[in-house]
Ligand binder design. Structure first.
Ligand SMILES: Nc1nc2c(ncn2[C@@H]2O[C@H](COP(=O)(O)OP(=O)(O)OP(=O)(O)O)[C@@H](O)[C@H]2O)c(=O)[nH]1
Length: 512
């Protein structure tokens, strides 16, 4: 490849990186396919012209994708504001003003950042829960955390009003789903969710449905980042190999020049020998003059040639040094972009309030753990930990004090767990702990330790000491079951612990 072709290629790759980086916060299948094509062609060693042509063809898709991202972000913002309004309409009263303002300011700050969307929707859910403050029906109808949080109402709202509002919310959430750009493997899930949304006229289903939507948003932002990270990793390797080949090219060129130098020295010697020989001839003056003239011309040519070669070597050396520094710079850019994307991915897996891994992270971790427990036969315990009467904390001291308690409980949990244990904020005031490779005695001891650590922690709100307790339901993974069933059995024990008076650990003892 000539130097200018290499320069063009570098320029094209640089443009590709910066363009593709614009997609760091949102992607669509069409752009994914364009990126794949470019990557394949780079791997096959396409020349600069071909890559540039591909980039020009890709440009409208890339610009379109930026626009799609912005539109999607706007739609998320509008959806959140609509949901807030709908809550107010439903209750025909104002929402708690400071909490509403706090949520609105969060929306203002983060609406453009997809990794923050799940957090925004969770915050909305918290506001909805506080505002609706519905009453419990028979607790036996409890099926999931969200249902339990949201208690079915006995005081029926105006049914028609409620149905209309639910229809509007369903419509808003349904159109949000259209723009999530998830891969086809989620098609079925989205269709099913849309169907539920279309048919739901019960406001009580909102938390469950919103929860499902939040999960899909987490997946859509997480997967996008992951795909892009993989791409940049590959691009980085490609650049590293380009760098290596340039260095080896430089070495071989240098050797070639050294060899030619050797040849020049030899030639000069032969020419001077011939000169001497012709000078010793006395009777062939004319011939001598002729040969002498030719020899001089040859010598001049050889000297010129040598000078040209030296100049060429110097230029090549300079151009390779500058090419190498360009490639180094590109590698640095790609690697810093990779780091940023990894940070964003981590952000999407982290709960912003407590800094604990969130529910998406739990879902990523539990599957391989259950599989490895099946293979190895090592015991895996899952403990669902739920703060007792947490609603009272919010109602008595406000939402911010509730947040503080959540952070303090997190600290106690972390302090009492060992490195090999895992803890996640599963949602609201519920945490999930995983005890890997523990026997039952150890697992019960760990659960008791965290329960006692929370109970004995010196919590205080506005200077007043308060006691916070947690209830824990635990189950051991069975070789024949999946992670949902394991969670369900632990969650059932949590329910029993709550019924038994709270601040207690209950372990599933049922036989397989
Ligand atoms: N401050 C704060 N509150 C939250 C958050 N997430 C959920 N909540 C609140 O947690 C409370 C949960 O209340 P309930 O489901 O009635 O449960 P509880 O009061 O803990 O009662 P039991 O679980 O039966 O002991 C609700 O008031 C939610 O608003 C959060 O991130 N911050």
């Amino acid at each position: 490849m000539t130097e200018s072709a290499q320069d063009k290629l570098i320029g094209a790759l640089r443009k590709a990186i910066s363009r593709i980086s614009l997609l760091a916060e949102g992607n669509d299948p069409e752009v994914d396919s364009v990126i794949r094509q470019i990557r394949q062609n780079i791997t096959k060693g396409a020349d600069a012209d071909k890559i540039q042509a591909m980039l020009s063809a890709a440009e409208p898709h890339l610009l379109n994708s930026e626009e799609t991202h912005l539109n999607r972000a706007k739609q998320v913002r509008e959806t959140l504001h609509d949901l807030i309004d709908l809550l107010e309409v439903n209750h025909k009263k104002r929402l708690p003003s400071s909490e509403k303002k706090a949520l609105e300011s969060l929306i203002r700050l983060h609406w453009q950042s997809p990794p923050s969307w799940p957090y925004l929707f969770s915050s909305y859910l918290a506001l909805a829960k506080t505002t609706l403050s519905l009453e419990t029906t028979e607790e036996s109808s409890k099926q999931s955390l969200i249902k339990r949080l949201f208690h079915r109402t006995k005081k029926q709202q105006d049914t028609q009003n409620s149905q209309e509002i639910m229809a509007q919310i369903s419509h808003t959430l349904s159109s949000l789903l259209t723009n999530l750009s998830l891969s086809h493997e989620y098609d079925e899930q989205i269709i099913a969710l849309r169907e539920v949304l279309a048919n739901s006229n019960d406001l009580q289903q909102l938390p469950d449905l919103l929860d499902e939507v939040i999960n899909l948003i987490i997946i859509s932002t997480g997967k996008t980042q992951e795909g892009l990270t993989n791409y940049l990793n590959e691009l980085n390797q490609q650049l590293a190999s380009m760098n290596t080949s340039i260095v080896s090219h430089y070495k071989s060129q240098k050797t070639l020049i050294e060899n030619r130098d050797g040849l020049n020295v030899k030639l000069e010697k032969q020419v001077s020998d011939t000169n001497l020989a012709t000078q010793s001839a006395t009777d062939l003056n004319e011939l001598k003059e002729l040969i002498d003239t030719r020899m001089k011309a040859m010598t001049t040519t050889m000297v010129d040639y040598k000078q040209q070669m030296m100049l060429l070597e110097k230029e090549t050396h300079q151009s390779i040094i500058s090419l190498k520094s360009k490639v180094d710079q590109m590698e640095k850019e790609a690697s810093s972009m990779r780091t940023k994307l990894q940070e964003k991915l981590a952000q999407a897996m982290t709960d912003a309030l407590t800094n604990l891994p969130n529910r998406a992270a739990y879902q990523d971790s539990i599957l391989p753990l259950v599989q490895s427990s099946k293979k190895s036969g090592k015991k895996l315990f899952l403990a669902v930990c739920d703060i007792d009467h947490f609603k009272q904390v919010n109602d008595t001291w406000g939402h911010q004090a509730g947040d503080k308690v959540l952070r303090l409980v997190t600290r106690q949990l972390l302090n009492s767990l060992s490195n090999k244990d895992m803890i996640f904020r599963y949602g609201g005031e519920e945490f999930v702990a995983l005890f890997v490779n523990s026997n039952e005695q150890e697992a019960i001891h760990k659960a008791e330790t965290i329960r006692a650590a929370v109970e004995s922690a010196p919590f205080n709100v506005n200077g007043a000491p308060i006691t916070i307790t947690i209830s824990i339901g635990m189950a051991c993974h069975r070789v024949t079951e999946d992670h949902d069933s394991l969670f369900e059995r632990a969650d059932k024990q949590l329910y029993i612990a709550k019924q038994a008076g709270r601040n207690i650990v209950k372990v599933d003892q049922t036989k397989e």
